[in-house]
Design a protein around this ligand. Structure first.
Ligand SMILES: [Zn+2]
Length: 194
């Protein structure tokens, strides 16, 4: 066994520029001793799983098996159910169809729901009022929002939903969920009265 008594746990300093991670065999083995899986070891070292895999695959035990393979824990043995819970939570159990029928409340963030709706082709990727569908050069995203017509984000019935561009969301959806205007709409600011 390698002597690791002189090592301190690896600490990433916030605000510090991330340096190149040259993880040594000692560090990898130390992380393995303190975790149950490769993902756990990566978390323990404060590196991404990808970085961890890169270095853990470089070192081998006496049988020629890489440390990465050695530390695989495919069946999550010994890891508390609590940690795995998020994958089976209620949040993900209801199907999109149930939300759209109104049999299940919408628990997704509007943007996530919109993403799903467009993928499943319930809506076109464009503003339902003006048809705006230009893409940002950077990442080809269209600035679209999902509007809940009655203002209730839990009501995911298809007839309560519409896709709006940035401008039309501002103009039509307004401040449904926020503070109501103190001056009644159309009073004093109606351009038609000027
Ligand atoms: Zn529009």
């Amino acid at each position: 066994m390698v002597d690791i008594s002189h090592l301190k746990p690896y600490q990433f300093q916030p605000g510090q520029k991330a340096a190149a991670k040259n993880l040594s065999e000692t560090q990898i083995r130390y992380a393995m001793d303190n975790s149950l899986s490769n993902a756990g070891a990566a978390r323990w070292l404060h590196v991404t799983e990808r970085t961890y895999k890169k270095y853990a695959s470089l070192y081998f035990d006496e049988n020629g098996v890489s440390l990465y393979q050695l530390h695989m824990n495919r069946y999550a043995a010994g890891i508390k159910k609590q940690k795995l819970k998020r994958w089976t939570s209620k949040h993900h159990r209801d199907t999109l169809r149930e939300v759209l029928d109104g049999t299940a409340p919408n628990r997704r963030q509007p943007s996530k729901l919109l993403e799903k709706l467009i993928k499943a082709e319930y809506f076109l990727e464009e503003c339902s009022v003006c048809g705006f569908n230009e893409r940002r050069v950077l990442d080809a995203k269209v600035p679209l929002y999902l509007d809940f017509i009655d203002g209730n984000r839990k009501n995911g019935k298809i007839e309560n939903l519409q896709v709006l561009c940035h401008n039309h969301f501002f103009l039509l959806s307004g401040n449904k969920r926020g503070k109501q205007p103190e001056v009644p709409l159309g009073y004093g600011f109606d351009l038609r009265n000027l």
